[in-house]
Design a protein around this ligand. Structure first.
Ligand code: KIV
Length: 305
């Protein structure tokens, strides 16, 4: 089976590649990467400092995921995080990212009830610095993707395990284990592509289903827990750096144990403060000696020599 080019890909074919003055990764470049067989690296970020590091280090897309609700705000899942909170994370990351495309998750409740609400919330995210938005769901949300693309907002889809709702229905996270489930995923992926999405996250989809979906779409698939065949991969930065410890999904590779490094640094700091090792004199700022003498005089505290 050959992948049919989506609406977005067809439109982009008509657009001559132009010199990208802003230096930021564009939808065009993301789609061309798939055509050229180049893998896409995606990581989450939620704050200015982390986003600055990620942006400087070969990441194509920074995802301001609604996982922010868990790793930044300590919610038990991604459902409680709202537009006000996501706008803040979006602003912080957009102040940092000058190379990577910024994709921002539309939080639970911000796109479910109407197309008007979806458009109005997506526009707020774009005004806060998003280059594109991500929404969870299959064929049933294709009208919202269509409406966003129509007004010029690029959309990333998200199927398979959908953290906002899946756990309320099923304790099993994996999707695409049976023929029926794999077919549903493929149909959803095609509907999302047809609606104009420029890429699609496959979360915890069996490697076999991910392979067929990837081969049948002209837009890139971004996998998380969906095997090596996807066109790109995404991880939560706080997972892969070993900061967030509340859960460790099997698909996460820990590249660093930052939790341990931070813990030992915090302990060292505490010990040094309590024992008077920190701060030293060189860490202090000093008064001009003459000002100090005058100050002592004024207070009646000058010690006569
Ligand atoms: O919110 C998030 O971080 C995500 C990724 C896990 C894909 O949606």
């Amino acid at each position: 089976m050959k992948a049919q080019d989506s609406y977005v890909v067809e439109v982009l074919k008509l657009v001559q590649p132009f010199s990208n003055q802003s230096n930021k990764k564009t939808v065009f470049e993301i789609i061309v990467a798939k055509k050229n067989g180049e893998k896409l690296a995606v990581l989450t970020a939620y704050d200015f400092s982390m986003a600055s590091i990620i942006d400087m280090n070969e990441i194509d897309i920074i995802l301001v995921g609604d996982s922010a609700g868990m790793v930044m705000l300590g919610y038990p899942n991604t459902r409680p995080v709202d537009m006000v909170e996501m706008l803040l994370f979006c602003r912080a990351v957009s102040n940092a990212a000058s190379k990577a495309m910024i994709t921002v998750d539309m939080p639970f409740g911000s796109y479910q009830n109407s197309i008007e609400n979806t458009v109005s919330n997506a526009v707020k995210l774009v005004k806060a610095g998003a280059d594109s938005v991500k929404i969870e769901g299959g064929e049933e949300i294709s009208d919202r993707i269509d409406a966003l693309v129509e007004i010029g907002i690029p959309v990333m889809g998200h199927i398979g395990y959908k953290p906002q709702t899946s756990s309320m229905w099923n304790s099993s996270k994996a999707a695409g284990k049976t023929k029926v489930s794999a077919l549903k995923l493929l149909n959803d992926a095609k509907a999302i592509e047809k609606a104009g999405a420029f890429s699609i996250v496959l979360e915890m989809v069996t490697a076999e289903a991910a392979n067929i979906i990837t081969k049948n779409l002209s837009i890139p698939t971004i996998g998380i827990g969906s095997g090596p065949v996807c066109d790109g991969q995404v991880l939560v930065s706080y997972d892969m750096l070993g900061i967030y410890q509340n859960m460790k999904p099997r698909f996460v590779k820990r590249y660093l144990d930052l939790n341990q490094l931070i813990a030992s640094s915090v302990q060292a700091y505490s010990r040094e403060v309590k024992s008077g090792i920190f701060p030293r004199n060189e860490n202090a700022i000093h008064m001009d000696p003459k000002e100090y003498e005058d100050f002592l005089d004024e207070c009646g505290l000058r010690v006569s020599k």
